[in-house]
Write a protein that binds this ligand. Structure first.
Ligand code: SF4
Length: 183
């Protein structure tokens, strides 16, 4: 079974997903909207992750380095999850949704862990593999498993959603999280 077939198998099987994939799509990496301005927004630290792990700026590398790294892959699979909120100020609900999305990422990564073909997962909010990241005192413990956030690589997620015809927003009082697997 090819890696693409395995990705499709996971995406089609809700039993394997601790939280269901809402929408998804495959694309060529050459169509990914890498955008220096998005990386600039990431560096303004709206999410609070700047300088906290090796997977976010500045530790993750420059925009040019990351773009070159990910352009070495030919394909990407993008997927979303959707989470209900009490209202648009429901920070706790957003954080709970992010946790559930991360559980799905973990299940996906575990499903593909014996896959010999190169692949790499980028997630919705930076790397949370270790309870406490080694940044900046020691090298990353798991450089092969580290998950960079899509924004830190400069991906304009709104443009990406339009290219794939995936909803960026899924109605009032919901939050939508994105991840992608390069392969
Ligand atoms: S794998 Fe661990 S050490 Fe490496 S970036 Fe992620 S949290 Fe930090």
């Amino acid at each position: 079974m090819s890696l693409r077939d395995r990705i499709e198998a996971f995406a089609a099987d809700k039993v394997l997903q601790p939280w269901p994939i809402h929408e998804s799509g495959f694309m060529d990496t050459k169509d990914i909207p890498f955008d220096l301005a998005t990386r600039g927004a990431c560096e303004k630290n709206y999410c609070g992750q700047y300088g906290r792990t090796w997977a976010c700026p500045p530790g993750c590398g420059t925009f040019e380095e990351l773009k070159a790294h990910f352009m070495d892959y030919s394909n990407a699979f993008v997927y979303t999850t959707v989470h209900e909120l009490e209202d648009s100020y429901d920070i706790e609900g957003m954080s709970e949704g992010r946790k559930k999305h991360a559980e799905l990422d973990d299940a996906f990564a575990t499903f593909l862990k014996d896959e010999p073909a190169p692949h790499e997962l980028c997630d919705a909010g930076g790397c949370s593999i270790c309870k406490k990241c080694t940044y900046p005192d020691a090298p990353c413990r798991f450089p092969d498993k580290m998950r960079r956030s899509m924004e830190s690589t400069g991906i304009n997620v709104m443009s990406l959603s339009k290219i794939l015809d995936i909803h960026y927003i899924n109605g009032v009082n919901t939050v939508t999280y994105f991840s992608m697997i390069y392969f």
